[in-house]
Design a protein around this ligand. Structure first.
Ligand SMILES: [Zn+2]
Length: 465
């Protein structure tokens, strides 16, 4: 049983999807006006961990992530750079897709773009006007929050503070200024606009997610994720618009990931501590190390990013890689060790228990490292059999379906093919068939694989050309 903390109820709840075995997941995507920084990436990686774990547990996941390519910020910055909105947002959405791949996040099934879904938004706004939840003012359309009794439930805000009839036009604002918010903004000089049934103008940011989530996932779906910054006003407003329009519950589970700070301080451009993935790659940080660091802290805790923590993450990752290397490259004896299947079983159980408990990854990682420690002792005592090693390798790789921190499988398939060749060569040498042994070595060399005799046996490496 998987349990998740639901921001809406403020409790850890058992997870039950609407359809057994299937999860419909919406995660707020990037507003493509800059390169994603590590704070943004933390949220996306937490969502990827959630998704991978659900898949590991046998769920089919339909994942939608929107691309906000029209809002206050994209318009402001496109203007500043002297580009059209399209030229400007294209650049940053391409960068976003590169980052996702670099950090090995599983791609969403749909990446709807706001500018391609204007009619869907207009349809909802029209419906809200007809139902009396929205009203027009100076060419714009606002949502009347006093008409929606559940307003404030997600962010646990005090509704007595509200001043009915006050309006806010900006996409982002503080809780203190909770007011009727813009669904549709009147056409302005120098801003992109669409001619529609409800007038000429452009959508507010919040309506974008309501329209695109329901289009691909239905009016009620299972999980909606984002960063804690999204709770108010973005997600609060999404609930109000969606539920007022459909008359149905919008989302069953709301999951939010906490902030990331750098060296104990809030990230900000002016402090120069707002790193992007690109900047870290330039500093020779391995993507897998960054990914490991970002998943290793529980998503509801503040994550303090430091270069020291990156080094520690690197050391932990290296321990896992070294372990695999040993398993793949040592020559083990025939006889199996009956403890190994027990270790695997126990580790798998703890790994699943940890993540099932609201993604408590520390428990899962501890289980993995404990196992590595125990097996390393056995390896050093020469108490591991060939079959044990093979089982351990495939087990570690099965866990990596969730973690995604080890070198990709294709390289590993290569590794196992090479190992087979090495074994053939060893056998040939043992049989004094040096001709065959040399032939195998030559074959490998042609593939760029160099063999080395070490005291631990034969090792191989890829020749750097
Ligand atoms: Zn959103």
């Amino acid at each position: 049983m998987i349990k998740l903390y639901n921001t809406l109820s403020g409790k850890v709840e058992p997870f039950k999807p609407l359809t057994e075995g299937e999860v419909k997941l919406y995660t707020c995507g990037p507003t493509v006006y800059h390169y994603a920084h590590i704070g943004n990436l933390r949220a996306y990686i937490f969502e990827d961990l959630l998704k991978r774990f659900l898949m590991f547990m046998g769920y089919g996941v339909t994942h939608v992530m929107n691309i906000t390519d029209v809002d206050d910020k994209t318009i402001r910055d496109a203007k500043a750079e002297g580009l059209t909105l399209e030229e400007f947002t294209k650049k940053y959405s391409a960068a976003f897709f590169e980052d996702i791949e670099t950090l090995r996040m599983i791609k969403a099934d749909f990446y709807p773009r706001a500018t391609e879904h204007i009619p869907d938004m207009v349809k909802i706004i029209k419906g809200l006007l007809e139902k009396g939840y929205a009203y027009r003012k100076d060419g714009s359309v606002y949502f009347n929050i006093s008409k929606f009794p559940n307003y404030g439930r997600l962010s646990k805000m005090d509704l007595d503070q509200l001043e009915p009839g006050q309006r806010i036009e900006a996409d982002e604002y503080e809780k203190e200024s909770a007011q009727d918010f813009a669904l549709w903004k009147d056409k302005k000089e120098g801003e992109p606009f669409w001619e529609t049934e409800i007038g000429a103008g452009r959508p507010g940011w919040h309506i974008e997610c309501s329209a695109m989530s329901s289009k691909y996932l239905g009016q009620t779906f299972d999980i909606h994720c984002g960063g804690v910054d999204n709770i108010f006003p973005h997600h609060e407003n999404e609930i109000a618009q969606s539920e007022a329009y459909s008359g149905k519950k919008f989302v069953n589970y709301w999951l939010h990931c906490h902030h990331l700070i750098v060296d104990g301080e809030k990230m900000s451009k002016s402090k120069g501590n707002q790193y992007t993935l690109r900047e870290l790659l330039e500093k020779n940080i391995e993507p897998a190390v960054l990914r490991f660091l970002l998943i290793a802290t529980h998503y509801r805790k503040m994550l303090n990013f430091t270069f020291e923590a990156l080094h520690q993450a690197q050391a932990s990752l290296q321990r896992t890689k070294d372990f695999l290397y040993e398993l793949e490259n040592r020559s083990f004896k025939k006889q199996e060790n009956k403890d190994v299947p027990l270790f695997i079983e126990e580790t798998k159980k703890k790994f699943i228990e940890g993540l099932s408990d609201d993604l408590n990854i520390s428990v899962s990682l501890t289980a993995l490292f404990e196992m590595i420690k125990k097996v390393n002792i056995l390896i050093n005592q020469d108490k591991i059999g060939k079959e044990d090693a093979a089982k351990l390798i495939s087990f570690i790789y099965s866990l990596d379906e969730v973690l995604a921190i080890l070198p990709p499988r294709e390289e590993k398939t290569l590794a196992s093919e090479i190992m087979k060749k090495i074994e053939e060569r060893e056998k040939a040498r043992a049989e004094k068939n040096y001709e065959l042994a040399d032939k195998i070595r030559e074959e490998l060399l042609k593939q760029g694989i160099v063999l080395e005799d070490t005291k631990d046996g034969i090792r191989w490496k890829i020749r750097k050309s």
